[in-house]
Design a protein. Sequence first.
Length: 201
Amino acid sequence: MLNAMGSTGRSAGNLPSAAVSSRAVLIDDNPAVRESTRQLLKTVGVELIAYNSPVLFLQEMPETNCILLDVRMPEMSGIEVFRRLRASGTTTPVIFMTGHGHIAMAVNAMRDGAFDFIEKPIDDQRLIDSVLAAIDRDGERRNADMSRVAANDKIARLTAREREIAEMVVEGRSNREIGEALSLSVRTVEGYRSEEHTSEL
């Protein structure tokens, strides 16, 4: 039985995280849905890694920009998979796909942080639009995370004096105000800001 498949032909667990670019993961026990979704997303340049087992997916957890979840599966419901993803801290956008959905389920899923909820039979364009929007959202999250890490790294490398100046810069104080508060000349403050780029913080 085929557990996971992607356009690369490689095991999902062996895909390098650095290679993540327009990639989605689908967990659905219907082989026809897995194959048709793979072919559909391929038309818009999105690689799909498809699983028939939610348990295997949770074990491998491949890097991805979007997760497509069927609600009803034999091993574990898509709702339970979603709960486990959130409990693990995963923030990748999740789109539910189901032929058994109803308004209450959709409302609850969206309230709990799902990106979208699509009922089967699924309209191709509706799915494409939702997946591409989810990938965009994930890209924004990744960029924000990278900026946060870079800022934290920069702050960690500051000396105590540079940190003081950086904090005052963030407060909106001028070089003259910072100098007066720390008994430094304006030129010295400017030197600190120029050498350590604290004006960018």
